[in-house]
Design a protein around this ligand. Structure first.
Ligand SMILES: Nc1ncnc2c1ncn2[C@@H]1O[C@H](COP(=O)(O)OP(=O)(O)OC[C@H]2O[C@@H]([n+]3cccc(C(=O)O)c3)[C@H](O)[C@@H]2O)[C@@H](O)[C@H]1O
Ligand SMILES: Nc1ncnc2c1ncn2[C@@H]1O[C@H](COP(=O)(O)OP(=O)(O)OP(=O)(O)O)[C@@H](O)[C@H]1O
Ligand SMILES: [Mg+2]
Length: 281
């Protein structure tokens, strides 16, 4: 449940300003990186739909990859096509690549049918394809991760997490849904249960065990408003162990949000966060 207090803070916001800011930053980033445009993996889900629309507003140089597998619901492919139509993508601006053959080859080599291992392989195959298509065009890979998934670590490390920029990464899933509605994403896409589609019947809320309105409320109250966990439990109508579970997911997934730790032997190389200091020219 999302308390009214949180709804006011997270959902009643100025979407025009957000759209303007994100599209401006995408444009600037592409230009500063010396690249020409951006590519997005289009799944038919809300995150890639919103990202695709924002990218199209930022630049005419866009490309979209639809990469279904056996576990991709047909509806999702239809939804991806609806978004292509909405953004008026031309035939030479997208491709459909089925990833089943590649996935089967990997599972044969690794000799596993574990759905999580195979699911993560699918996400990483998509990443490999996106980077290859991007390099062919001198484009950047535009990530679709939202703040809820990034904070929870609910993504495949170096799979859908392997991207160049994260334009909607500071918006919670509930905010992305509201932004999607505002941008004219069909209601069916906005309202359907979020799913990585890595195995049949998978839904994010089913796997995590909590709905996104509650997840977002817990994340917001804990990490932006510093509420006590007991109070968060009461405010969101969620059992305390569930609140603790969500908070723990953030803690244990830190490694997914940071560059790999380098075991330093000499002094510091550049800065520890790898930013190149301006004063070095
Ligand atoms: N402390 C630590 N420091 C450094 N590395 C650490 C580590 N702990 C684990 N690791 C590494 O991380 C690996 C586990 O991470 P990872 O490979 O990502 O695998 P994992 O987190 O187990 O699985 C990915 C999760 O994300 C979900 N997902 C995936 C893709 C898309 C979406 C979506 O919403 O669309 C969701 C998926 O359903 C699943 O629940 C470990 O095998 C290990 O190599
Ligand atoms: N079938 C697919 N075709 C192309 N890209 C895909 C496919 N499945 C996943 N991806 C890529 O992986 C990203 C992560 O998947 P995820 O499910 O989190 O996002 P989504 O489908 O856009 O939204 P939601 O979380 O609501 O399902 C997608 O946004 C997309 O870029
Ligand atoms: Mg999805």
């Amino acid at each position: 449940m999302m308390p009214e207090y949180v709804r006011k803070k997270l959902i009643s916001i100025n979407y025009d300003q957000i759209i303007e800011y994100i599209t401006k930053r995408i444009r600037e980033y592409i230009e500063e990186s010396g690249k020409e445009g951006g590519i997005v993996g289009l799944s038919g889900g809300i995150d890639s739909s919103v990202t695709a629309i924002l990218l199209s507003k930022a630049t005419p140089k866009t490309y979209f990859l639809l990469m279904p597998s056996k576990s991709t619901p047909l509806k999702d492919i239809e939804h991806a096509y609806q978004i292509l139509k909405l953004i008026k993508a031309r035939d030479d601006q997208y491709s459909l690549v089925n990833i089943d053959n590649l996935t089967e080859e990997f599972s044969r080599l690794i000799n596993t049918d574990d759905k999580l291992i195979i699911g993560n392989i699918k996400a990483r195959i998509r990443m490999v394809l996106l980077y290859a298509y991007a390099q062919k065009r001198n484009y950047l890979v535009i990530g679709t991760g939202d703040k809820s998934e990034l904070m929870l670590g609910y993504f495949t490390k170096y799979g859908d997490g392997g991207v160049d920029i994260l334009p909607i990464g500071d918006l919670y899933k509930s905010q992305v849904r509201a932004l999607g509605s505002y941008l004219g994403v069909p209601k069916e896409i906005v309202d359907k249960p979020p799913s990585p589609g890595l195995w049949e019947g998978q839904t994010a809320e089913g796997e995590i065990g909590v709905d996104y309105e509650t997840i977002d409320s817990i994340l917001y109250l804990k990490f932006e408003e510093m509420f006590d966990e007991g109070d968060i439990s009461k405010m969101t109508g969620t059992e305390l162990p569930t609140v603790k579970k969500i908070i723990k997911m953030v803690k244990v997934s830190q490694h997914k949000r940071l560059p790999p730790e380098i075991f330093r032997i000499s002094g510091r190389a550049i800065n520890s966060d790898w930013r190149y200091p301006r004063q070095w020219g």
